[in-house]
Write a protein that binds this ligand. Structure first.
Ligand code: GTR
Length: 413
């Protein structure tokens, strides 16, 4: 759009590649003070910690206190799920501090044929009972977002929504491929609303505090904390191969999976499905959702310091390719959908591409070219990427790729 000979950016949101501003992308291999990182040991000792601190204090917010598992309880178990193919477990993790108590439930399906199974771990949006039609799955009493199309009303979950998200969770395929699946309803860790009196946040308040300080955790950071506590539990569960836990998430929960995987090196691989702004997509491109928009629509997701970059991405000394790089040398998969322009597929791809030099420092293969691959033609390197046809969603195609890639990267099949 040219007015009086001047290039004026189109209205926000921008979906036009020609209106992506010119920007300098920070080099993951140059420290904030300008030192060039040449060896993996320098990355580990110098660059990784400073990037982690930056993301922690300025993007997602740091977890201000330690909250270990107080107790865990297997509330339901059967060795005969999925026609005898799998064991189903529903395990409550319980947390207590002062007068606070919180519990969240992990639903697990583990293949009976494996002694210790590699596991995909991911949050669900509307309760564990939505992921299959299995009538044994307990219904959460936590606050939920409403979705009339899924039969979810009054912020409560009922029988009406059992199995409504089975399309996103191919449980049988996962089990048949030799993997377990573990899932948690994210609102049990922190309800997805702009309210810091509920969920896990109050556990760390000092006297009189009512919401996290500017550098303290928003909801994404709280959800990432929950994934690490699930990992604490897996380390004690003999049916799980805790050295092969792949953390997975879609959209806001894909942002969460990346942040969990970046911080907690016990996750052996990370999958970001359509995670977009504040996830895999480069913020400085200002394509689709922007920092200002996301902070306005979801003021509780990031820490307050992140608002400094509303319509001011130039000032950001990092970008999301460096979040991906924090996962190195562990395998990471970034997936986009062709019609999901809000999440900026090209920005997601470029972030994976620009994280690659860090992987190469470890002798790992990343994204070989700045050219995006055609739709439905995945790249299954240590840094993996695909753009599939279709909308913002999790599809069978996505899961087929994740399983193939995990076979190659973790099981060396
Ligand atoms: C959208 C939000 C995205 C993405 C998505 C989701 O409304 O703008 O960043 O997180 O929700 O989680 O489904």
């Amino acid at each position: 759009l040219t007015i009086f000979g001047q290039i004026v950016p189109q209205k926000d949101p921008n979906y036009d590649e020609n209106n992506v501003p010119k920007f300098d992308l920070p080099d993951p291999l140059t420290t904030f003070s300008g030192k060039k990182i040449k060896k993996s040991s320098e990355w580990i000792e110098e660059r990784r910690p400073e990037l982690l601190t930056f993301f922690s204090e300025n993007v997602y917010g740091k977890v201000p206190c330690k909250i270990p598992i107080y107790q865990w309880k297997v509330v339901e178990q059967s060795g005969n799920a999925l026609d005898g193919k799998a064991c189903r477990k529903q395990v409550d993790l319980i947390f207590k501090k002062d007068n606070h108590t919180l519990r969240f439930n992990i639903l697990m399906y583990l293949p009976n044929e494996a002694e210790k199974a590699p596991v995909f771990l991911g949050y669900n949006f509307y309760g564990n009972h939505t992921i299959t039609n299995d009538t044994n799955i307990l219904i959460s009493d936590a606050w939920t977002r409403n979705d009339k199309s899924l039969g979810i009303d009054n912020h409560r979950l009922t029988e009406d929504s059992r199995g409504v998200r089975a399309n996103r969770w191919p449980v049988e395929k996962i089990i048949d491929s030799g993997y377990g699946l573990a899932t948690i309803f994210y609102c049990e860790v922190d309800p997805d609303r702009d309210d810091f009196s509920d969920g896990i946040h109050p556990f760390c308040y000092i006297e009189g505090q009512q919401c996290p300080a500017s550098d303290e955790w928003g909801s994404i950071s709280a959800w990432a904390w929950g994934l690490s506590r699930a990992m604490d539990y897996f380390e004690q569960d003999n049916d799980v191969d805790a050295s092969k836990v792949i953390v997975f998430g879609h959209s806001r929960l894909g942002k969460t999976a990346l942040w969990a995987g970046a911080q907690d090196e016990r996750f052996s691989a990370v999958i970001s499905n359509n995670s977009g702004c504040g996830g895999a997509a480069l913020s400085k491109r200002r394509f689709g959702e922007t920092i200002a928009r996301i902070n306005a629509a979801f003021p509780h997701w990031f820490c307050k310091n992140f608002r400094k970059y509303n319509d001011n991405e130039v000032a950001l000394p990092v970008d999301q390719h460096e979040l991906i790089a924090l996962i190195a040398p562990r395998p990471v998969y970034v997936a986009s959908a062709e019609k999901d322009l809000w999440a900026d597929p090209r920005g997601e791809f470029l972030a994976a591409y620009f994280a690659t030099p860090v992987y190469e420092l470890f002798g790992k293969d990343g994204i070989p070219s700045q050219e995006m691959p055609p739709v439905n033609q995945p790249i299954h390197n240590t840094v993996a990427y695909h753009i599939r046809t279709g909308e913002h969603d999790v599809t069978d195609f996505d899961w087929e790729q994740y399983i193939k890639w995990a076979d190659k990267q973790l099981l060396k099949k």
